[in-house]
Ligand binder design. Structure first.
Ligand code: HEC
Length: 105
């Protein structure tokens, strides 16, 4: 009897764990696709172009990149160029492209 009563509680806990799990992992393929336009300035491998003022992205981690992209979007970090670049990116796009950037060496 006690075990039967515990089953719904256990199921509830299991569901809570599933729902609390972090949202889906970043989609690298989608991120790579979004990066195509970025490559024009930051380079296909993220080396950037110091002479033209395009910073290197390779070697930067996803959390940092995502935070910068959100800062450009909100205007917290000022750059007319980058603001235009991220204007069309949604939250998932930002996470995906940031995850892809983090794979660049
Ligand atoms: C037209 C050229 C151009 C394109 C295209 C471009 N960027 Fe940038 N990006 C810049 C410039 C210039 C800066 C420096 C902005 C500043 O700090 O003033 C920059 C800065 C950044 C930074 C901050 C780097 C750091 O060290 O803090 C990130 C991250 C970034 N870009 C990612 C991207 C991503 C992702 C894309 C594609 C969605 C993209 N950029 C497309 C020119 C470009």
């Amino acid at each position: 009897m006690k075990i039967k009563k515990a089953i719904p509680i256990l199921l509830g806990l299991a569901l809570a764990v599933v729902l609390a799990a972090p949202s889906q992992a970043a989609d690298l393929a989608a991120g790579k696709d979004k990066y195509k336009v970025c490559a024009g300035c930051h380079g296909p491998t993220g080396t950037g172009n110091a002479a033209l003022g395009y910073p290197q992205l390779s070697g930067k981690d996803a959390a940092y990149v995502a935070e910068q992209l959100r800062a450009f979007k909100s205007g917290r970090r000022e750059s007319a160029t980058m603001k235009a670049m991220v204007a069309g990116l949604g939250d998932a796009d930002i996470d995906n492209v940031a995850a892809y950037v983090a794979t660049l060496q």
